[in-house]
Design a protein around this ligand. Structure first.
Ligand code: CDT
Length: 315
C-alpha cells in the first residue's frame, strides 16, 4: 500500500519590526486552518517565523536582544499555535531563535527548527549549521546580515527523525546551498527534507548575483532532492520587510527534482501536495542506490590538509 502524506508549506509575508509575536501567531493559525482544510499532515513554516528578520540590525549587547529568542517552546506567545495544531491534527515545523543554557551554565543562541507531530509531540530539533553574513557592525551596508553576531552553529549536525511514517530531515536557509546538507541526511535515509529561508534579493558583496536569487534557490533544492531521492519542502519568509525585499517562491519538490507545488504570491500563503513517500525508492533504489553505486573509497580525501598542493593548472 502506498504511503501517502500531504506536505504543506506555510509561506509568510513580511513581519514588521513592531509586530507582536501574538499577531504573528494569529497569522500562522490562519495558515494552519487553511492547511487543515486541505488535509495537510505536515505544515512547514519558514526560518525565524515568529519575528522580523532581526539580524539586519546590530544590537551590541546580545542580552538586549533576548526578546527575539525563546528559551522554552511552547511558551506563552506560541502556546495557541501548538494548541490549534494539535486540535486540528496537523503536524508542523517551526523556525525560531532559541536561547539555550547548557549544563555548565553557558548560554547558546541557535537558529532552530522544531518538528512537532500530529499529536502535538515534539519529535525533533535542528540547529542551523551554516551561519552566513557577518558578526561585526557594518552600518555602511544598505542593510546588514548579522547572523554571525546572533547565532552560533549547531554542534549536532544534520539529523533525520522517524515521524509521519517517514524519515524527516531539517535544514535552515543557507544550509540549503551546501551539497553536504542533503547528502548527510540522504545517507541517513531522509525521505522528506524541510527547509525554511529568509533570503534578501539584494546580495551586497556581489550584486551581480541578485538576478539569479530565484534560480539559485530552486537549483540547490531541486538538486538536493534528486541526488538523494528525497522530497524537499522549501518555505520562505518573503516580500518587502522593513524595506528589504526577500525571495518568496516557496516550493515542494519531488525526488525526481521536479517542482510539484509553488507559491504564487510573496505573502502569507499555503501550498500543498499529496505525495507517495514510496516514490523516493524509485531514486534511492535505482540510480542513487548508495550501497550499490556510491564510491566513497574512490573519492580521495574529503579533507584538504593544510599546505596541500593543488594540482597545477592544465596548460
Ligand atoms: N537566512 C539566510 O541564511 N540567508 C542567506 C543569505 C545569505 S546573504 C548574507 C541565504 O543563504 O539565503
Amino acid at each position: 500500500m502506498a504511503r501517502r502524506i500531504t506536505l504543506g508549506a506555510a509561506q509568510l509575508g513580511p513581519i514588521a519590526k513592531d509586530e507582536s509575536k501574538a499577531q504573528v501567531v494569529e497569522r500562522m493559525i490562519t495558515l494552519l486552518r487553511i492547511a487543515a482544510h486541505n488535509a495537510v499532515d505536515l505544515l512547514v513554516f519558514p526560518e525565524l517565523a515568529l519575528t522580523t528578520f532581526f539580524p539586519r540590525w546590530y544590537i551590541e549587547d546580545l542580552s538586549e536582544s533576548d526578546h527575539y529568542y525563546h528559551s522554552k517552546m511552547p511558551d506563552a506567545d506560541t502556546q495557541p499555535l501548538f494548541d490549534e495544531a494539535k486540535s486540528l491534527g496537523v503536524g508542523f515545523a517551526l523556525g525560531y531563535a532559541e536561547l539555550a543554557v547548557d549544563d555548565a551554565g553557558t548560554v547558546h543562541r541557535y537558529n532552530t527548527y522544531l518538528l512537532v507531530d500530529r499529536e502535538g509531540k515534539q519529535v525533533g530539533k535542528f540547529h542551523k549549521v551554516h551561519i552566513p553574513g557577518h558578526a561585526e557592525n557594518e552600518p555602511w551596508r544598505v542593510f546588514q546580515h548579522l547572523e554571525r553576531h546572533y547565532f552560533e552553529p549547531g554542534p549536532e549536525g544534520f539529523g533525520v527523525w522517524e515521524a509521519f511514517d517517514s524519515r524527516i530531515g531539517m535544514a535552515l536557509c543557507n544550509d540549503r546551498r551546501w551539497s553536504e546538507t542533503y547528502r548527510v541526511m540522504g545517507l541517513q535515509g531522509a525521505e522528506v527534507i524541510l527547509i525554511g529561508y529568509n533570503t534578501p534579493l539584494h546580495y551586497s558583496p556581489d550584486p551581480t548575483q541578485n538576478a539569479l536569487a530565484g534560480f539559485h534557490n530552486h537549483l540547490v533544492m531541486q538538486s538536493g532532492a534528486y541526488q538523494n531521492g528525497s522530497f524537499v519542502v522549501g518555505v520562505a519568509k518573503g516580500g518587502i520587510e522593513e524595506g528589504v525585499d526577500s525571495l518568496a517562491q516557496s516550493v515542494i519538490i519531488a525526488p525526481s527534482g521536479q517542482i510539484i507545488a509553488q507559491a504564487i504570491t510573496t505573502g502569507d500563503e499555503v501550498i500543498s501536495a499529496n505525495v507517495d513517500l514510496d516514490f523516493c525508492a524509485t531514486y534511492k533504489g535505482l540510480l542513487f542506490d548508495f550501497n550499490r553505486y556510491r564510491m566513497p573509497e574512490h573519492y580521495g580525501s574529503l579533507t584538504v590538509k593544510p599546505g596541500a598542493k593543488t594540482p597545477p593548472p592544465e596548460s
